[in-house]
Design a protein around this ligand. Structure first.
Ligand code: 26Q
Length: 754
């Protein structure tokens, strides 16, 4: 294909200009049009069964580069732009980032769509089209405030399909309009689709912040992802969103079956439904209901549903396991109530154990329990996580349904998370192991042959330094902060949550600050970078953000400390930020309390980009440690078994640890006069009080080990060639964590698509 002609034709038609005379914005829209034409011309992959991946989140990130790459025209486009005096990276700046997800679960769904298409498997995503996304985070005067994130444009990636479905709410029927995003497969000739359902007449953005009328379902249903659930209207809206998504999605499945001429009595031979956490769980009763409407008996309908649906668990935090009062479902979708009662009755008949009830004694529906009884597969997202599910949280189920339980360790797509975001490292890999790693990540292993190759080790360090320079440039441009590229880049980017323990990282910063004030300098200057959004109603998380910002201000204003230690809290952390941060990272903070992080996926992206992990033995960190070996990762902290024991025996008392001489000054510094002069007293005191007297996620338990281990890493960093070898071993062993491997396993063990 002659890209130059094609693109010239498009800009001539659109703007009556030559390529040379276009600005970045015009070029972006021209490339968007070209990409859309190429993608929509592709047929869907063929197979005996088709997958529908249901998820409340798809954190896809910017799409232009990825799609150009998948379509095989990336390099041609780059060259054409260069020859006409432009750059693809400037054009990319114009693209807004779709804000359709929150964290790991949503980004995983996006990596999975990429890999499903790349493996030429028939599989579409089903989700919602949130107009204002999660929210746009502003950090003003030391606090997080939330604003709408209106990412949608007149012309964008959403393709109108003309397809609509009627969703029967208790309050009346509401139309669901289907928009599609094309998902072309890398190195295939096919494309799948992400189907995003929307209301017909979406509400305008709220005038102030993210407050809106949560009872105006007809217009506001798709305004925001996870609207604040601190009040009942917010919780109810969440159930409306979920039912809207699954009812439209189930109707789509039946429509497509019909178009293929398949009798719904054979649905499960042709359809696989993956339920991404419990947010889409109502697809089970909804699909059952629709099959009953089509004349199947209850037995027939349940057989089809239970052999089509599979459930993935992403969390063991009790508060994240969804339970909805039946009264909510009665209001939102009363037609589901008799069906869920029947599902529950049948389950109780076989398994009277109250731990396994779908409906408990308070008439509350346990979504995960419904998924396990009426799904044919239940999977966790890392070996440790699946083991914990089997042994503790879901033990009663694992005992009676051992065949349903399986592990699928998460993965990430290296097409976005290496090829696109780190072109220099990609080029070095091409040289060392050949270009095939793009579709066969096991090739990374060939890099081990260069473990003793001084030139390759120097190249790795050089590339890292260049990526650090680029990050410095971006931080300066976006936030006006100067960062020293010679300092160690230590990065923690993930949702703000106490179990992820950003507060423990902050306590380390306090420790370094006090050391430097006392004349004890670190072996090298350190830059500690945070990126995190806190859920709007999560008060403690906001206190932690405030602490981090106060520390960064304190240090900024101190000429004695500034050259040695910097703290940067990035505003509005998102996928585009991650694409800049991950290639530049040297020490990757993965410090969750053992047993709490189901898997983590940022940890995988960091390792593949040559960062060394500092982590607890939690989630996929355990598998990373196995792959790289003890010399190439820094692990610390209590084991998951010990932590589980501490919870079960109620024997963790933070105040015991607080009293330790190495710990007390660090915690108390939070409410020191210096800090109170910078920050808000009530916020700092609340955090101090919580850590001292409760510390539910045991930051103080691991703090001393964390400090010692992190100090060791900083020391080892000084031996540059030994450090480069650690980087190399991490990259070389990251192949296992490719989502292509994960998806191949899902297909082989669960979906059987072809
Ligand atoms: C729960 C109840 C009510 C409303 C919303 C929710 C809710 C919302 C979002 C529960 C969970 C989430 C998101 C979970 C998530 O992102 N989990 C992450 O999934 C990743 C992919 O498997 C893992 O790598 C992470 O370890 C896990 O935290």
């Amino acid at each position: 294909m002659d890209i130059k002609n094609k693109l010239s034709g498009i800009v001539k038609q659109r703007y009556a200009k030559t390529l040379e005379r276009c600005d970045s914005r015009e070029l972006y829209y021209a490339l968007l049009q070209m990409t859309q034409e190429l993608s929509t011309a592709r047929p869907a992959p063929q197979g005996s069964r088709k997958l529908y991946y249901f998820s409340a989140e798809f954190l896809v990130g910017k799409l232009l580069s990825n799609n150009l790459l998948a379509l095989g025209v990336y390099q041609d486009v780059e060259q054409v732009l260069r020859e006409s005096g432009h750059s693809l990276s400037a054009v990319e700046e114009v693209e807004p980032e779709p804000s359709l997800g929150n964290g790991g679960l949503g980004r995983l769904a996006a990596c999975f769509l990429d890999s499903i298409a790349a493996l030429d498997l028939p599989g579409d995503g089903v989700g919602l089209n949130y107009h204002y996304g999660l929210f746009h985070q502003c950090l003003k005067e030391g606090y997080q405030t939330e604003m709408p994130d209106p990412w949608m444009e007149e012309e964008g990636w959403l393709i109108p399909t003309g397809v609509t479905f009627e969703v029967p709410f208790g309050s009346g029927v509401q139309k669901a309009v289907m928009w599609d995003i094309a998902v072309p497969g890398a190195n295939t000739a096919s494309a799948n689709r992400l189907h995003l359902f929307d209301v017909e007449k979406p509400a305008a953005a709220p005038e102030q912040g993210i407050d809106f009328d949560k009872t105006d379902i007809a217009h506001c249903l798709t305004s925001f992802l996870y609207p604040d659930d601190s009040d009942e209207a917010g919780r109810l809206l969440r159930v409306y969103q979920q039912y809207f998504m699954v009812s439209a999605g189930a109707q789509l499945i039946l429509k497509e079956l019909d178009e293929r001429g398949v009798d719904p009595r054979h649905l499960c031979e042709h359809v696989a439904i993956q339920i991404n956490d419990t947010h889409p769980s109502m697809v089970i009763p909804e699909l059952t209901r629709l099959l009953l409407e089509r004349g199947l008996s209850m037995n027939e309908a349940l057989h089809q549903v239970a052999h089509a649906c599979a459930y993935t668990n992403h969390t063991i935090l009790a508060e994240a396991l969804e339970k909805w009062p039946m009264s909510f479902i009665q209001k939102v979708a009363p037609q589901l109530v008799p069906i869920i009662r029947e599902l529950d009755r049948r389950a109780k008949q076989v398994f009277p154990d109250p731990r396994m009830a779908i409906i408990d004694n308070n008439d509350v529906v346990h979504m995960a329990h419904m998924d396990i009884h009426y799904g044919y597969s239940v999977n966790g997202v890392a070996t440790l996580h699946t083991d914990i599910l089997r042994k503790t949280e879901l033990r009663a189920f694992a005992d009676v349904y051992p065949e349903k339980f399986n592990n699928k360790t998460n993965g990430v797509t290296y097409r976005r998370w290496l090829e696109v975001c780190n072109p220099k490292l990609a080029a070095l890999l091409d040289q060392c192991v050949g270009k095939q790693w793009r579709t066969d990540a096991s090739r990374f292993n060939g890099l081990m042959n260069y473990w003793g190759d001084g030139q390759v080790l120097r190249d790795l360090l050089d590339i890292k330094f260049e990526n650090k320079l680029e990050l410095c440039r971006v931080i300066k441009e976006r936030q006006g902060v100067e960062v020293d590229p010679e300092s160690i880049f230590d990065i923690q980017i993930k949702r703000l949550h106490e179990y992820k323990r950003q507060q423990m990282n902050a306590l380390y910063v306090i420790r370094k600050y006090l050391e430097i004030k006392g004349g004890h300098l670190p072996p090298r200057p350190i830059t500690v970078i945070f990126g995190a959004k806190a859920a709007p109603a999560y008060v403690m998380a906001k206190h932690i953000i405030h602490l981090i910002i106060c520390l960064s201000k304190l240090i900024e204003a101190d000429p004695q400390v500034r050259p040695w230690l910097r703290v940067v809290m990035l505003e509005n952390y998102n996928v585009s930020w991650a694409e800049k941060l991950i290639p530049a990272c040297e020490l990757s903070e993965q410090i969750s309390l053992a047993s709490k992080e189901a898997s983590g996926t940022g940890n995988m992206k960091f390792m593949a980009n040559g960062a060394v992990t500092l982590g607890t033995m939690d989630g996929a960190n355990v598998e990373i440690a196995q792959h790289v070996g003890a010399h190439n990762i820094y692990t610390f902290g209590a084991s998951s078994d010990h932590v589980i024991h501490l919870y079960a025996s109620h024997s963790y008392h933070s105040w015991h640890f607080y009293e330790r001489p190495a710990i007390k000054p660090l915690v108390d510094f939070i409410v020191s006069p210096q800090m109170l002069a910078i920050g808000q007293e009530s916020s700092l005191r609340a955090l101090h009080e919580d850590i001292r007297g409760k510390d539910w996620f045991m930051a103080l338990l691991d703090l001393e080990d964390y400090i010692a281990t992190r100090d060791q890493a900083m020391l080892d960093y000084g031996n540059r060639s030994a450090w480069a070898q650690k980087m190399l071993v991490n990259i070389a062993n990251s192949g296992f964590f490719s989502s292509d491997r994960t998806i191949a396993e899902y297909n082989q063990d669960i979906w059987h698509l072809k």
